[in-house]
Design a protein around this ligand. Structure first.
Ligand code: PMP
Length: 366
């Protein structure tokens, strides 16, 4: 008899995500610039660092399973109450909890083909099935087509990312309203707002805009510069939020993570400065791409997708040549996104290293 579930044994691989450390081991040398995971090289608030150090001294003790201080601080920022919020081990951890809470093996979820791949990983690992809707010709998630598909498939979960990874594009708050109006009530709408802090105001509905089937996800991994700490949160109506409490890992959000996130929320100045630096870096990346005759996509995030204008084979060759020159970037997956590379904002020095690597790569490949 198999000790592990046959369904799990049949899954394609242990982990679909090849992070920069794994890539460095494969390439046999460290990266000079790390611009492939949409992290913030500008780092966490010094207040968060010091709070995490203090918490480390107390790390013999479990953190607060109710996360009350953190949930209170988040709810104040959002104009909600703590029962509208649950925090977890990044958006990824919470999305995993959601699949467990919402889906039975065999259930369906709908997502965009080439969107943030962690969605697929969770659903597949849980024995669910995915239905994919291609991106639009404008390289944005095709929300009308996703809604139309949801009406037919009646999935348990519909995944939307706003602003989007890997394209950086966004829809406005009116488009969110159209989704809420038209998606069947029994479908949970995941609105992944990981990049909200960088987004134009028009992209974001009021934080108090909730619905029984709407779950909005945010993270400390991007603008707060704390990807390695693993803290994110989801907000929604209390009944939906309460379902997470039944399945989540109760001590999963560490004492250090809770203390760090709480302190980070008290440092608006650091957040503002990071967002400003990111905006400047985004502009620099776009200009650099244009100067080489390439097309940067408009971005409401901390990265820029650059359309290389040919096909996936060409983009893959350019990507590999950039990686070999010591700069970690990524390529979005499926057509029509396969002609692009995706570059996270870094320091001006990082961006200069990328520019140099891209020059060399284009020379080699063209
Ligand atoms: N959602 C999207 C759309 C992302 O791009 C990312 C980060 N790559 C995440 C979620 C993961 O966020 P976290 O670090 O909070 O798990």
């Amino acid at each position: 008899a198999e000790r592990f579930s046959p369904r799990v044994r049949a899954l394609p691989s242990t982990i679909p995500f090849v992070g920069p450390e794994a890539l460095e081991r494969r390439l046999g040398r460290p990266f000079k610039a790390r611009l492939g995971a949409n992290e913030s090289v500008f780092g966490p608030s010094p207040k968060a660092v010091s709070a995490m150090a203090d918490a480390a001294a107390l790390s013999w003790a479990y953190g607060d399973a109710e996360q009350l201080d953190l949930r209170q601080a988040i709810s104040q920022k959002l104009g909600l109450t703590p029962d509208h919020i649950v925090a977890g081990e990044g958006i990824d951890g919470l999305l995993r909890d959601l699949v467990q809470a919402a889906m039975e093996p065999g259930d369906m979820a709908v997502t965009s083909l080439g969107a943030y791949p962690t969605f697929n990983y969770h659903v597949t690992a849980h024995g669910g099935a995915l239905d994919f809707v291609p991106y639009g010709e404008d390289f944005r998630q095709d929300w009308p087509a996703l809604v139309a598909r949801a009406k037919v498939v009646r999935p348990k979960i519909l995944y939307l990312t706003n602003p989007d990874n890997p394209t950086g594009s966004w829809h406005d708050a009116k488009a969110v309203e159209a989704v809420l109006r038209d998606v069947p009530e029994e479908t949970l709408i995941v609105l992944d707002e990981a990049y909200a802090d960088f987004a134009p105001a028009e992209a974001l509905p009021e934080t108090t805009r909730l619905a029984p089937n709407l779950l909005r996800f945010r993270t400390f991994s991007k603008a707060y510069g704390m990807a390695g700490v693993r803290v994110g949160f989801v907000f929604g109506e209390p009944d939906a939020i309460a379902q997470f409490g039944k399945v989540r890992n109760h001590f999963g959000l560490s004492r250090m993570a809770q203390a760090g996130a709480l302190a980070a929320l008290s440092d608006d100045d650091h957040l503002r400065k990071t967002v400003e630096k990111v905006a400047a870096g985004r502009k620099a990346l776009a200009e650099l791409a244009r100067a080489k005759g390439l097309v940067p996509l408009a971005s409401g995030t901390n990265f820029v997708a650059i359309d290389l204008g040919r096909d996936g084979t060409y983009a893959r060759a350019v990507l590999d040549a950039v990686l070999r020159r010591g700069v970690f970037i990524r390529m979005p997956g499926a057509a029509p996104l396969d002609r692009m590379i995706r570059v996270s904002v870094g320091t001006p020095a990082d961006i200069a290293l990328f520019a140099e690597a891209l020059d060399g790569a284009l020379e080699e490949v063209n």
